[in-house]
Design a protein around this ligand. Structure first.
Ligand code: 1PR
Length: 523
């Protein structure tokens, strides 16, 4: 029996699923006595340091947790569960951590995108039983803006390189904690969890420990989901956002089955977009929540869900806010939520007033779950103009002239799945959303969607150079070379595709095989 400390601010569902998948049962802490009575305690932390410590204080968990940690019984901290062990964090000045390990938590000050999101490797500093069965060159999933700095080097198990060398796991007696998420790190992550749970192996020093580690470029499989005219939830795919063929919604398969296939085929992440979310309401749209629950039972890579994340008033006049919608998604197995139409409206309001309200979906969700949990999905369309100063938007000079020979264009944001164009450009939207707390930009392109012509490199460059958060390039992948192009000609951290994977034109493994040796990928 594994005891799991859930303080209610993150996706513990995936940790529970991973542990259950390994044949163990999980008891969730309901009171301080459960912590004191635990035989093996797992503490997955997600969100913000200050919020976490406040909830632990309110629930009166700090004392029993400290007692447990001093008792030298097995403990596994994950992500914020590692940071909690330290004395304090720059994320929440003045808030005390548990202080089990001397040192502090600092924000990345580097010349790279922050948060550090994605699959990176480990430099092994000492052996540990959790490394049994690892070769040493595996990659693990990270998602964080802060990292721990330990005063005592003897507790450091591994480090990882991302603009600097930072501590990615520690061990002190029976206390083990990782900055990466084993429950989201595919097979290699399950091996680490298994080693912690079974506690049979002695210390192992993996043989293929690299001198430096590299963040892999991520390949993301995207599933656009909606109900078809018969009322079945299907994965569909549009051509420039038109998902109908001969009048019917294209049906390319079942969401849970396809997600499992892509996990098995090596997808680094899976994104579900409820493409009619702008007119449905997710809390009434239980099938989508069920899709997440079912998928997260067997798929151990990060899951993002988008569609309909916004404040909402139901037909009886009851108000729901976007945070409630997101919370339900996180509880059901999502790691990130993606906000589309609402982000455009939020940015417009911000640009009009120049003020943060603190209440927008982006601000509210990032405050509780951390900015890394908030993706902004952008649906832009090219608008050609004759000169750079014809409009007040971010205009680029393009190598692909318009129908009238225009040499300039801007990228107009749309809402409601491309149905409504707004007076806002994609570059400004991304910058405002970053300011408000978004952690990642999912950059679609209506002109390229479903065309197989390749990613819109000009669009991606315009946005990726304007923000410091990671950008996911999306729309238009048709050949393996397109992935190479987007990773070498732009600063995109990941590339998302749909049609070529659904139609089995190019398997994910083939994309990675082509990229291997040219850009860093997770094999
Ligand atoms: O506005 O917050 O409710 O979110 C709705 C979400 O649904 C948005 O993220 C929006 O991008 C998405 N969406 C809405 N309508 C469509 C549509 O296709 N009719 N899909 C849609 C967006 C684009 C990508 C696609 C890539 C790769 N689809 O998801 O997967 O373009 O395709 P490809 O590799 O085949 O070219 P809200």
């Amino acid at each position: 029996m594994i005891t799991l400390l859930d303080y209610g601010a993150g996706n513990v569902r995936s940790v529970i699923n991973a542990i259950e998948n390994l044949g163990e049962t999980v008891k969730i802490v309901a009171c301080d006595q459960d912590i004191l009575a635990a035989e093996k305690l797992v503490f997955p932390g997600v969100g913000a340091f200050g919020n976490m410590m406040r909830i632990l204080q309110e629930k009166k968990y700090v004392e029993p947790l400290t007692t447990y940690l001093h008792s030298n019984r097995p403990f596994l901290g994950i992500c914020l569960g590692l940071q909690a062990l330290f004395e304090h964090s720059e994320e929440a000045p003045g808030v005390n951590g548990l202080g089990i390990i001397t040192g502090s938590v600092k924000r990345f000050v580097i010349d790279l995108s922050v948060p550090h999101i994605g699959w990176n490797g480990l430099n092994f500093k000492q052996g540990s039983r959790i490394f049994s069965g690892l070769g040493g060159d595996e990659k693990f999933y990270f998602v964080h803006s802060y990292h721990v700095v330990a005063d005592d080097a003897s507790v450091i198990l591994t480090t990882t390189d991302y603009g600097c060398e930072f501590v990615s796991s520690i061990q002190k007696g029976n206390i083990i904690a990782t900055q990466f998420h084993p429950e989201k790190s595919g097979r290699a992550g399950l091996v680490i969890l298994q080693n912690f749970l079974k506690a049979t192996a002695g210390p192992i020093f993996p043989v293929r420990s690299a001198a430096t580690t590299t963040l892999a470029k991520r390949i993301i499989a995207c599933l656009d989901v909606r109900s078809n005219d018969q009322g079945n939830l299907v994965v569909t795919k549009g051509d420039q956002y038109d998902v109908r063929e001969g009048g019917d919604v294209r049906n390319l398969g079942k969401p849970v089955e396809l997600a499992q296939r892509y996990y098995a085929e090596g997808a680094d992440e899976i994104t579900f977009l409820n493409i009619t979310g702008f007119r449905d309401f997710p809390l009434e749209d239980m099938p989508m929540i069920e899709v997440l629950r079912q998928t997260s039972k067997n798929v151990f890579v990060p899951l993002t869900i988008g569609g309909g994340i916004r404040d909402y008033v139901d037909k009886d006049g009851r108000k729901y806010d976007a945070l409630e919608v997101a919370a339900e998604y996180f509880r059901s197995g999502a790691d990130k939520v993606s906000i589309g139409s609402d982000a455009v409206l939020i940015a417009e309001a911000y640009l009009q007033t120049g003020r943060r309200t603190g209440r927008s979906s982006i601000e509210a969700i990032s405050r509780v779950y951390g900015s890394q949990a908030v993706v902004v999905s952008v649906d832009p369309r090219r608008v050609y103009v004759n000169s750079a100063d014809e409009v007040k938007h971010a205009v680029i000079e393009t190598a692909i002239p318009g129908p009238g020979g225009e040499r300039y264009c801007w990228y107009q944001c749309t809402i409601k799945g491309g149905r409504e164009g707004r007076d806002l450009d994609a570059v400004t939207l991304a910058q405002v959303c970053e300011k408000l707390g978004a952690g990642e930009i999912l950059l679609n392109c209506i002109d390229r969607d479903g065309t197989n012509l390749g990613f819109d490199i000009e669009l991606i460059n315009a946005v990726a150079t304007a923000v410091s958060i990671p950008v996911i390039a999306s729309s238009g992948a048709g050949r393996v070379e397109h992935f190479h192009e987007v990773f070498t000609a732009t600063e995109a951290e990941s590339a998302l595709a749909a049609g070529i994977f659904h139609r089995r034109e190019i398997p994910i493994a083939e994309v990675k095989k082509y990229l291997d040796g040219k850009v860093a990928v997770r094999r």
